[in-house]
Design a protein around this ligand. Structure first.
Ligand code: SAH
Ligand code: DHB
Ligand code: MG
Length: 222
């Protein structure tokens, strides 16, 4: 089995299970035209995030790492009319494309894009005593994951969920003494999750159109 098979199975999953869902191809095309890296979640993962929004009855969603707004669109489309999604992005070019996508999807009133280093934006959200979030999706620079976890924990309510993308990276998470700051960031995240009694966690290895990777889930239990 190889990536070609995983990709075809992802296509089967989308063709069978996502046909009644909104088609966000236009959003992907806008990202592509703007030259953004094609590293957004897969359609099946976007739908998974959307199901989490619905399972949690989420009204307030936080995203760390917007890119062109693809994952945010999946999540925001499941929010109630008074729901809000705040998404944090360092690169103004990415934020601009994302705002165009949100406008095209009728989500301008629902989604707020904050441009700047996520670390600063998260600290601002903490100091603003922003309404507690029901769900956080962490998907920006992997070196920052330890700090994004600690700050998200201040922002997500009890019973809320923090999801981390890219916690396997083709098994590179196993590399001891890695020179790669992304790998070290994810390894540190696992240590923090292990030591943190306020969360109950698991991580799932995934294959698909994005190769071999994984998602970690941290439920805030107290
Ligand atoms: N969640 C998106 C993909 C995000 S890709 C989706 O699935 O559609 C990661 C994004 O994080 C990139 O757009 C990158 O510019 C952004 N990023 C990288 N470092 C960051 C930082 N320090 N603060 C905020 N965003 C950052
Ligand atoms: C990269 C980042 C991601 O968030 C992802 O899901 C895949 C790849 C990257 O920076 O290469
Ligand atoms: Mg990712």
């Amino acid at each position: 089995m190889d990536e070609a098979t995983w990709t075809r199975v992802d296509e089967l999953i989308a063709a069978r299970l996502l046909t009644r869902d909104e088609d966000f191809t236009a959003a992907l095309e806008r990202c592509k035209r703007a030259g953004l890296p094609e590293i957004q979640v897969s359609p099946a993962q976007g739908k998974f995030l959307q199901l989490l929004v619905r399972l949690l009855g989420a009204k307030n969603v936080l995203e760390v790492g917007t890119l062109g707004g693809y994952s945010a669109t999946w999540m925001a489309m499941a929010l109630p009319i008074d729901g809000r999604l705040v998404t944090l992005e360092l690169d103004p070019k990415h934020a601009k494309v994302a705002r165009e996508n949100f406008a095209a999807a009728g989500l301008t009133e629902t989604v707020e894009v904050r441009v700047g280093p996520a670390l600063e934006s998260l600290k601002e959200l903490v100091s603003e005593l922003a309404a507690p979030f029901d769900l956080a999706f962490v998907d920006a620079d992997k070196a920052g994951y330890p700090e994004y976890f600690q700050l998200s924990l201040k922002l997500v309510r009890r019973g809320g969920l923090i999801v981390f993308d890219n916690v396997v990276r083709e098994g590179r998470v196993l590399e001891q003494g890695s020179a790669d700051a992304s790998v070290r960031g994810v390894q540190k995240l696992y240590e923090l999750l292990e030591a943190e009694p306020r969360v109950s966690c698991t991580a799932l290895q995934t294959v698909g159109v994005k190769g071999y990777d994984g998602l970690a889930l941290a439920l805030v239990v107290r």
